[in-house]
Structures are given as C-alpha cells and as structure tokens.
Ligand binder design. Structure first.
Ligand SMILES: [Zn+2]
Length: 288
C-alpha cells in the first residue's frame, strides 16, 4: 500500500469509527446552530446577503496568519493533552491547504477574548458541568442539549471543547480517530466564530454538503447521517471556496461584513442564521 492509500485507509477507519452508532462525539458538533428552536428575527441594518458574506472572489487584504491559543482547564483533557502535537499538526495541514499559516500557543488561564482578528482560543474543559458553566459565562446562553462536544463564542473568538468526550476506549486503542475528530471539531468551532453556519440547516442549501468527496466540515449532523468517504484529508472534512472566502472576509477585520453582521446580532449565532435565512429566502430544515 502506498503512502497515499495508507493515509486514505486510516482516514476511512477514523471516520467510520466516529460515525458508528456507539460513538456520539459528533452529536454536539453543532454548537449554537443545532436545535429545533427558531430565533425571532427583527430586521437588521447590516447585509445578510450570501453574496456579501460569502464573496466569490478572495478578499484582497486579510490576515493570512492565525494564532491559535490552547488552554487546558484544570484536570481536563488526558487524551487531548497527550495527542495535542498531532491535533495541531492536522489543523496545520488543513489551514495550510487553504493558504493560512498557523502559530500555536498554550496558555495557563482561560481566555478573556482576543482583539486581533487572527487570534482564536480553544479551551479544553474537564466535563459536561464545566462546559455548561463556561458556555454560560462566555455567551450568557445555556448550552443546548445538542451541544455535546463543542461550542463557539464569537464575541471573544473563543471556542470550548469537552475533553472528556475523547476519553473513549475506541480513541485510546486507535488514537488517530480521536486526533482527527478533535482537529475537525476545533476547525468547525473556529469557523463558527467567524459566522460560518451549518449547510444542512436549510432545505435547499446554498452550500455543498460534500466537498471533493469529503464531508463539509460545517455539517451539523453527526457523521452517522452521511456516507463515510475515503479520505487522505488531514481532518476528514473540507470547506468550499465560498466558505473559505467567508472566513477570509471575516479576517479582514472590523469592517468585515461578516463581523458587522455578527456584531449586530449581539454575536448570537442563532439570530445570525435566522436573519440569513430571512434575507436570502432560505427555508430552515427542522432538525431532530
Ligand atoms: Zn456547529
């Protein structure tokens, strides 16, 4: 087996396992967008048009470097911590593919938030209780039932991850599965802080759910809902050019349309999605 085929096989194994019925890691990948609750949407002044939020051309000036800061809450993340080097490496490969360089940092204290548009914080929390408390402290909102593994707080550019969901026998026996899942979850939640949404929220989605044979990294449903594809991807998922342009547009800074829309929504991702749905006449899919 050549190297490409080998990596491909590994990825298939990894996501096949993630998708298995007894592994519910991905139940919570949805963050604030998951759930059947529809948010009331008054009209905003900023543009919520998809062509503004997701430009077809790459914005001319944006920060091409990301600074991703990790912080482990006390007692959190055995598996996660042991495999952090590889989790970072896979994130690095993913971002490099899309023209972004990354520098990683590790901090001692939970984050207050970041001013720089290229800076993002990833907090690994110990368990469900600390996850829920932290979510409430960051966003003022309760964690939803579906927020099982990760959530995003766009105001501070901080994402939170439950370390304990990686403590499974399956991941201990075959760490690559957990490493890919962790890297994928981090990328997914970081994209949320820039306003990226779940393609499968809408009945006729403007965003492809599969990208060159890989699942779209922003899909909200568990991987079990989708065919597991053979992949030599670093994180077993990818984004479309329009989605990456949306992230780049956000990285242009305070005048970014994505940022201004998020700000006008009080950094509430559910409200943002509702306004996007209204303005673009997209029909919301009822999530179970
Ligand atoms: Zn999500």
């Amino acid at each position: 087996m050549n190297r490409r085929a080998f990596i491909s096989r590994l990825a298939t194994l990894a996501f096949g396992a993630v998708a298995s019925a007894d592994n519910d890691l991905y139940k919570g990948i949805g963050g604030p967008f998951v759930g059947s609750g529809f948010t009331f949407s008054s009209k905003g002044k900023e543009s919520y048009k998809l062509q503004d939020l997701m430009p077809t051309d790459t914005p001319s000036s944006f920060g091409k470097k990301l600074n991703i800061h990790f912080c482990f809450d006390s007692g959190a993340g055995g598996f996660y911590r042991r495999n952090l080097v590889q989790i970072k490496e896979r994130m690095n490969v993913f971002y490099a593919k899309h023209g972004l360089s990354v520098e990683f940092f590790e901090d001692e204290k939970l984050f207050k938030g970041f001013d720089n548009f290229g800076d993002f914080g990833v907090e690994i929390l110990k368990d469900e209780k600390s996850f829920k408390e932290r979510k409430y402290k960051l966003t003022g909102k309760r964690a939803t039932l579906e927020e099982h593994a990760g959530a995003s707080s766009p105001k501070q550019r901080v994402v939170i991850v439950r370390g304990d969901v990686f403590e499974t026998v399956s991941f201990r026996q075959t760490p690559i599965k957990g490493i890919m899942a962790a890297a994928c979850l981090n990328v997914h939640e970081i994209f949320h802080t820039a306003g990226l949404f779940h393609p499968d929220l809408f009945i006729y989605s403007p965003i492809e759910e599969n990208v060159d044979g890989l699942r779209n990294v922003m899909l909200s449903f568990g991987a079990d809902k989708y065919p597991i594809v053979t992949s030599d991807s670093a994180i077993g998922a990818d984004v479309t050019p329009r989605q990456i342009n949306q992230f780049f547009e956000y990285l242009t800074g305070r005048e970014s349309k994505n940022y201004k829309a998020l700000k006008e929504c009080g950094f509430d991702l559910s409200l943002l999605v509702q306004r996007i749905a209204d303005v673009n006449k997209l029909e919301r899919r009822k999530l179970k």
